[in-house]
Design a protein around this ligand. Structure first.
Ligand SMILES: [Fe+2]
Length: 290
């Protein structure tokens, strides 16, 4: 297994691996070590079918049930990130799912609005446009390390509120009213996630974060906006131009990501699988004590 850095803060490309060969005792232990250390792993030319992608993702833990966001003809765990509808047609520009994809162009962490949030996303590109459609990533671990000691101490005491509809409201008020965006009560998570393997700390924030314990709404909103922009400076970004068969695995505890636009008259289809975080991943440590 050879690795090559993608960004000075985080992320490596891993060569010489066929993810079909990964099992709990073969390849996965080394992949998991790199995951803990570098937060984002790129494997090129994998071309996994749904079953193979599913089997690889399961090595990290239980698959998230994404049935509320999947199309009828997809297995419940797969979340298609695509501008092609159920009948194979390109979506028109006001299609709700295209608006939903545009909500994913806000910096976020997946699933912070769920009662059990995600540990990892395994995302594979199937069809890519001729231009555009990169996914951008930053390290919220490096972002935490850049804060002053005083700010770090303050962040360790903070609790953020997350809800799915908040990130959708920013794009389209009608979109946010859909039942699937309002089905979970707001979640509260501590603002810093400490990795139990290497003790590194990361800011745990997303476009779904809408309030801060102990702050009035305006103050909380300003605090979240300023913190997010400090974590996502242009020089902090690794932008990935997808090729079919690319698989990117990232640590939701330590990475923020966002999609970018592409010409919507061209297909772009990716398959995403999220695995839920567990206590061994530090989940209990982000639950507020009060
Ligand atoms: Fe996402």
């Amino acid at each position: 297994m050879e690795i090559m850095a993608l960004h000075m803060d985080f992320g490596v490309e891993i060569h010489g691996v066929d993810l079909r060969d990964a099992t709990p005792t073969n390849l996965y232990p080394e992949i998991r070590q790199h995951f803990e250390q570098y937060s984002l792993l790129l494997f090129r030319r994998q071309h996994l079918d749904i079953g193979e992608q599913n089997r690889f993702a399961r090595l990290f833990g239980p698959l998230e049930d994404r049935s509320v966001v999947t199309m009828d003809n997809e297995p419940p765990e797969i979340s298609p990130v695509s501008n092609v509808d159920e009948s194979g047609q390109l979506m028109h520009s006001r299609h709700q799912r295209l608006l939903d994809l545009q909500s994913n162009m806000l910096w976020h962490t997946d699933s912070t609005f769920l009662p059990i949030p995600a540990l990892v996303n395994v995302l594979q590109a199937l069809v890519v446009p001729a231009s555009g459609g990169d996914t951008e990533f930053v390290s919220s671990r490096a972002g935490f390390a850049r804060r002053s000691a005083k700010e770090q101490s303050e962040l360790r005491t903070r609790v953020f509120h997350h809800k799915y509809g908040h990130s959708r409201e920013k794009i389209d008020a009608d979109l946010a009213k859909q039942e699937r965006f309002a089905m979970w009560p707001p979640q509260r998570w501590r603002a810093v996630w400490k990795n139990p393997v290497n003790q590194t700390e990361s800011v745990y924030i997303a476009s779904h974060a809408w309030a801060v314990d102990g702050m009035d709404p305006d103050e909380g909103s300003t605090y979240l906006t300023e913190l997010m922009s400090a974590l996502t400076r242009p020089q902090d970004i690794y932008a990935h131009p997808w090729e079919p068969g690319d698989v990117i695995v990232w640590d939701e505890r330590a990475i923020l990501h966002r999609g970018t636009p592409w010409p919507y008259d061209e297909e772009r289809t990716l398959h995403s699988l999220c695995v839920s975080a567990r206590d061994i991943d530090g989940l209990e440590s982000i639950r507020p004590t009060s």
